[in-house]
Design a protein around this ligand. Structure first.
Ligand code: AMP
Ligand code: MN
Ligand code: MN
Ligand code: MN
Length: 273
């Protein structure tokens, strides 16, 4: 069984619709898939019934939060997508995203970037507005040659467009996931570029708040990073999850199902479902 428990659709910043994503994942040998869009469950309303039969779909979401000034993502898996507490939380995150987008646009305006809010809003369509939509605007007006460059210059860590405040707290987002009978998973721990000491403090707080698993494998990852995360999962008594963080087929390092298996000594997150 190949589980890919972290992917994105057009309901957030991915480029495939939910149905296209399911077909694409199936074509890549995935047996169980979680669509984990940023702060939205809209992908689940977009899945047509005939599609959901061929592949096991694990209902999921990726929630944005901050911890000690770091932008952190928490994946909720095997959630009840109709739970009122979770839906209320998502509504709150949606407003936070709009306010944050206004702030990002103001900061870009000061750098001479015009119309960023309206343009990013239009690019996002019905999806919650995020930095990738601002990146597309910057590319379309010729201020960055591609998304990568837009993040490097304007939107990435420490740049003016990296607005981190406004999200619900770590305990809050974990609470929403648990209220929906889901498993809270710390997403892509290596992406935060923390020392092991700092990551340990985060994992301690995460566990104390009810977090139960962490992504030990996230897309294409160096073996020494996987080994380190596997050790942390064991040390903190957390189950292990894995996912590609797939957004777009051009990103060949994060195609559905294309990552190394979880180290066999760990407890996979799906064991408890
Ligand atoms: P946001 O939800 O607005 O904070 O945007 C976060 C998303 O931006 C991530 O989920 C990625 O899809 C994308 N992203 C973050 N950093 C980069 C980067 N350096 N290059 C390209 N995309 C990025
Ligand atoms: Mn994303
Ligand atoms: Mn993420
Ligand atoms: Mn993601």
């Amino acid at each position: 069984m190949i589980y890919d428990l972290h992917t994105h659709s057009t309901a957030s910043d991915g480029s495939l619709t939910a149905d296209e994503l399911l077909a694409f994942a199936l074509g890549h040998g995935v047996d169980a898939l979680a669509i984990t869009d940023h702060d939205t469950l809209d992908a689940y309303a977009a899945i047509s019934a005939c599609r959901s039969i061929a592949l096991q779909v694990v209902p999921g979401i990726e929630l944005s939060t901050t911890w000690n000034g770091h932008g952190i993502h928490v994946v909720g898996l095997n959630i009840n997508i109709k739970n009122d507490t979770l839906l209320g939380g998502i509504a709150q995150q949606k407003s936070a995203r709009e306010r944050r987008a206004r702030k990002i646009a103001e900061r870009l305006q000061r750098l001479g970037v015009d119309d960023a809010f309206d343009s990013a809003r239009a690019i996002a369509g019905d999806a919650p507005i995020g930095r990738p939509h601002f990146a597309q605007h910057l590319v379309s007006v010729g201020l960055a040659k591609d998304t990568r460059a837009a993040f490097k210059k304007f939107l990435g860590a420490g740049k003016p467009g990296d607005v981190r405040d406004g999200w619900a707290s770590l305990p809050e987002v974990i609470h929403w996931i648990r209220a929906a009978n889901g498993t809270a998973v710390l997403a892509h721990p290596a992406k935060y570029r923390m020392t092991n000491t700092k990551l340990g403090l985060l994992l301690k707080d995460f566990k104390a708040a009810g977090g139960r698993a962490m992504e030990v494998v996230s897309g294409h990852q160096a073996p020494n990073i996987t080994a380190n995360l596997a050790q942390l999962a064991q040390d903190f008594g957390l189950a292990a999850s894995c996912g590609s963080d797939f957004h777009d087929r051009s990103q060949t390092w994060s195609l559905p199902g294309r990552f190394t298996p979880l180290p066999s000594r760990l407890t996979p997150v799906w064991k408890q479902w």
